[in-house]
Design a protein around this ligand. Structure first.
Ligand SMILES: NC(=O)C1=CN([C@@H]2O[C@H](COP(=O)(O)OP(=O)(O)OC[C@H]3O[C@@H](n4cnc5c(N)ncnc54)[C@H](O)[C@@H]3O)[C@@H](O)[C@H]2O)C=CC1
Ligand SMILES: O=C(CO)COP(=O)(O)O
Length: 355
């Protein structure tokens, strides 16, 4: 088992996949990385550089990249899947003939599949039926990890072996891996915060200040946890790295792709222009549509997601939406302490008295 623990396969040649591959190699693992582009694979293996996604990063020379799935998965004890959500299932299907039930299968992807509103670890489960499945999520801007900035993440799985093997494979003096058994909550945290990162980027471009950003992030946390609880997650997870932690970093940094898309929109670009200028995947654009629809179906109150949806897809000006949100019904600060219904009830009663 000890030997197998040190065989790591990373599927995906983006910046996060590359940074995780290099960390695992720094920790002494034999690392194989799968990607589609043969030239980029060649560059990673020969020059130890990923010129497309992380051009200034010196990748551990032990990382060998390939377009050959069989070669990459051969003997792997840990498989990290770092592929955008829209291609995730396809890639897992390509990998399936070489996956085994004793392997640890971990998604790093912060997105949702439209059909069936599936999270990526559910896709891993559906496609394999295997037992050791987990999710990595947290405040993890890949370009900062590449600079070896001190960073923490979460491995979430209800399987203790998955948690400990990922902690061992990836934990090092600049990358700390915390454990959770709320896989669903951790995964939802990573996907949902992308919505609010777009809103934060937009607010910054419109000249809104720090009070506004704090309000946005805190109210985002309230509606994220409301949605997640409705889907069976533990609200306490949102106090952790994969909840408030990831929300803070993505809503504060122009290194976030979702924030950058929002910023471009706030500067007056169209959604198509903003996405084209980014040249990479900002998962939040799709997530806001899926979450807004699901929240309506399930009766979950998510005014920020609804508002962002109206701005992105219905042409409502962002400033007008912000004004409407500010004038919306007065509500409760922390709903787990004072419910929204109690606040509404009090308004109805005192509103009557004060005319
Ligand atoms: N970049 C970051 O800072 C972080 C990213 N993540 C998450 O990890 C996941 C992976 O992120 P990144 O490594 O940045 O990569 P990315 O999201 O930029 O994806 C690029 C990789 O996916 C491959 N890809 C795209 N479509 C494909 C298809 N149809 N078939 C095969 N491969 C395909 C690309 O060729 C490339 O190798 C994302 O979902 C993201 O949400 C999580 C934390 C940090
Ligand atoms: O999830 C991330 C940081 O934790 C990366 O965010 P972006 O996908 O917006 O770049």
């Amino acid at each position: 088992m000890a030997e197998e623990q040190m065989n790591v396969a990373v599927l995906g040649g983006g910046s996060f996949g590359t940074a995780l591959a290099s960390i695992a190699a720094d920790n002494g693992a034999r690392v194989r990385q799968w990607l589609r582009d043969p030239d980029l694979a060649e560059q990673i293996t020969r020059e130890h550089r990923n010129g497309r996604y992380l051009p200034d990063y010196a990748i551990n020379p032990a990382v060998v990249a390939s377009t050959d799935m069989a070669e990459v998965l051969e003997g792997a004890g840990l498989v990290l899947v770092a592929i955008p959500s829209q291609a995730f299932r396809d890639v897992v299907r390509q990998a399936r003939p070489w996956l085994r039930p004793d392997q640890i299968l971990v998604s790093t992807t912060k997105g949702i599949q439209e059909e069936g509103f599936k999270l990526m670890s559910q896709i891993l489960e559906e496609e394999t039926g295997f037992p050791h499945i987990g999710v990595i999520s947290g405040p993890n801007l890949a370009s900062e990890i590449a600079q070896k900035q001190l960073t923490a993440t979460v491995i979430a799985s209800d399987d203790p072996e998955t948690r400990t093997r990922v902690q061992t494979a990836l934990g090092c003096d600049y990358f700390r891996v915390y454990a959770s058994n709320d896989r669903h909550g951790v995964e939802l945290g990573g996907a949902l915060k992308n919505i609010y990162a777009i809103a934060a980027g937009m607010a910054a471009a419109l000249g809104m200040g720090e009070n506004t950003r704090s309000m946005l992030m805190t109210r985002a946390l309230a509606e994220m946890s409301r949605f997640a609880v409705c889907r069976g997650a533990n609200p306490m997870t949102f106090l952790g790295l994969a909840g408030v932690g990831d929300l803070i970093v993505t809503c504060s940094s122009a290194l976030s792709r979702n924030y950058r898309v929002g910023h471009a929109l706030g500067e007056g670009r169209t959604l198509d222009e903003a996405v084209a200028a980014l040249g990479q995947v900002a998962e939040g654009v799709n997530t806001v549509r899926l979450v807004r629809d699901r929240a309506r179906q399930e009766g979950v109150y998510m005014p920020l997601a609804e508002g962002l949806y109206q701005v992105l897809f219905k042409g409502v000006p962002a400033k007008e939406m912000a004004r409407m949100l500010m004038l919306g019904e007065q509500s409760s600060d922390v709903e787990f302490i004072l419910s929204r219904e109690d606040v509404q009830q009090a308004h109805r009663e005192t509103g009557g008295r004060h005319g």
